[in-house]
Design a protein around this ligand. Structure first.
Ligand code: DX5
Ligand code: ZN
Length: 219
């Protein structure tokens, strides 16, 4: 099943309720929630209070992407604020296994993510313990960046690795994805597409419909 996960980072925050309604009504299943601490990535976004207020107004899967150092410190807070799925960066964790276990303990699904320069092999030890893998196709920290073409080989490598192990783990790709390049990301093996600018810059409803029309061809 292919899933659209609009990244809220690019939403119009003075119209956030309407923005979320628009993506929900036109086929998105996830809301991608980019948490940034200004240390692991050179930017600061939003945190638990924003997630808590959004949670009460949507049935979308709250897909929380923690771009923060030592995420184990905040797993419980984000779970309590309404996260359904929490993704952590291997590069940000002292103890990846302990962090994965903490997410499970809090009742959330588990995602692990690698930055563009981190090899796919770094995820190998954790594949049996996670629900989703997030391949970053831009350097984390900002929306509106250009898709890094080498990401396609990383996605294909990840898909091969999971297929060889017979693991049904979702592959999410995040950064620089638009209607003009999403098909190559899907063909490489991704099934969850994060898109911020492509969805929220301009007409959210129309952008969502156009992106969903493409994703539906790869169900
Ligand atoms: C970047 C975030 C991405 C970003 C995607 O650090 O993880 O989710 O918001 O935005 P676009 O789709 O505009 O590249
Ligand atoms: Zn993200």
């Amino acid at each position: 099943m292919t899933i659209l996960a609009p990244s809220m980072l690019s939403a119009d925050f003075k119209e956030l309720g309407n923005e979320i309604r628009a993506i929900e009504e036109h086929g998105a299943k996830y809301l991608h929630f980019d948490v940034m601490d200004g240390i692991f990535v050179p930017s600061i976004s939003f945190g638990m209070p924003v997630l808590k207020s959004i949670r009460s107004g949507t049935n979308l899967v709250c897909d929380v992407h923690l771009m923060i150092t030592e995420p184990i410190r905040y797993v419980e807070d984000f779970a309590k604020a309404g996260a359904d799925l929490i993704t952590i960066h291997l590069e940000a964790c002292e103890d990846v296994d302990a962090t994965i276990d903490k997410i499970r303990e809090c009742g959330c699904k588990v995602g692990i993510s690698i930055k563009p320069k981190t090899p796919v092999s770094a995820m190998e030890p954790y594949l049996e313990k996670v629900d989703m893998i997030l391949i970053m196709s831009v350097e984390p920290g900002f929306g509106g960046q250009k898709f890094i073409p080498e990401s396609l080989e990383k996605i294909a490598q990840t898909k091969r690795m999971l297929d060889e192990k017979g693991l049904a783990v979702d592959i999410q790709v995040d950064g620089g994805i638009y209607t003009h390049n999403v098909e190559e990301v899907l063909k490489a093996g991704a099934n969850i597409i994060v898109a911020g600018s492509a969805i929220f810059n301009g007409d959210t409803k129309q952008n969502t419909i156009e992106m969903m029309d493409i994703l539906k061809k790869y169900e």
